[in-house]
Design a protein. Sequence first.
Length: 139
Amino acid sequence: MVTPRTESLSLEKGALSGKVLAVRNTDAFTTAAAVSLDEKPLAESRSILVLHLTDTIVEGCTFNNTRTLHKAGATGPLLQKRGRAVIELRSAGPFRVTPLSTDGDALAPLEGTLKNGRFSFPADTGCRPEGVFAYHLTR
């Protein structure tokens, strides 16, 4: 899905590109999304929420055999399938990449790279014990 302020890409493995957002080197089913938080078009935004999602459930949830129907909820801890990817955004300048905890707290920043008009950073849902599914990009 591509709109002026949001892009979302879902893929099994490999690489996929939108207009501004691209994902490459995925090793698990992944949905990646980039959302402009400052109401500017994504390509011009100075504040972007990036989501990197894999198969995630709460321990104890039950499904039917084909896993297409959720039968019962649970209150256990969050279980995640570890997934790695390189997230890229078409950009004239670099961003500060701040991973976010599952409750939205800022974690230690990550390094990114600006090369040939594309800013990229490594995303890894298992880089912290509690999991990381979101990043705040600012400049």
